[in-house]
Design a protein around this ligand. Sequence first.
Ligand code: 13P
Ligand code: SF4
Length: 307
Amino acid sequence: MPAAGEIKQLTDEIIKLKQERNAIILSHVYQRPEVQEAADFVGDSLELSRKAAGTDADVIVFCGVHFMAESAFILSPQKIVLLPDEYAGCPMADMVTAEALRAKKAEVPEAVVVCYVNTSAEVKAQCDVACTSANAVKVVASLPKDRPIIFVPDQNLGAYVVSQTGREMIMWEGFCNTHHRLAADEVVAVKKSHPGALLLVHPECQPEVVAMADHVASTTGMLRYAGENSAMEYIVATEMGILHQFSKRYPHKMFYPASNKLVCPNMKATTLDKVLTALQTLEPRVTVPEEIRERALKCLERMLAVQ
Ligand code: 13P
Ligand code: SF4
């Protein structure tokens, strides 16, 4: 982390340039604390998609990973969408390709295809509806009962959705490297150290970990829960960047990571100096070819229409 003076100087320059460019800075809650602080809006994947769809800024600086910036461009193609680190990708999104999905669809042509938003635009263009961890249960519950469902790419989120909806799904075998490696015995050990704490679990974790949770939710769902609940201590089973928001919003409560391994290197690739360079150069830009964008847009719009 840069020194406090350097953070202030970079943040001041970013704010000045952001105004000149009529830019908005969107940050996922897994970003570095100083990046979250420089942002206009910090949220989960669903909230960030909604913000990208609704903003009247000319430039969107997306502090997150590639699929998020792509979604912003799909929803707002007239805007310049910048991803400050062009290599910030999502390994789980890379676990399903459009080609492999086409082959699976050919095996079950009558299936409705649901994709986690953590997918490329090319994959979204092959799917009927997207979902995020915040609305996956609602999206699947809204689908016709007489059609099979193919769910890509997160097998853990898929298993959670099956447990909540009772719908069977043909599951892709993808996973998030960061959440999937959290083992149930690590969580047992942390629970022993903090016996009074409630356990908050992201559905990208393995089912054994999800089964131990006091509350399963997307990142925003976890933040909301800790604000509404009277408990004073929480163990948090998701990427550690969220701890910044927990302690900022609820400074009188205690939050413990379920493991120190809960760090997504891609989410940490964005730094303040890369945000500043992106605003100075208006690069690196993320775009999507128009014929893919049009089809991926339908997939995202169907998700956004589910209340
Ligand atoms: P949410 O903030 O939507 O829960 O996202 C989780 C995630 O892993 C994004 O990459
Ligand atoms: Fe992808 Fe997991 Fe990182 Fe999110 S936390 S960007 S799902 S690898």
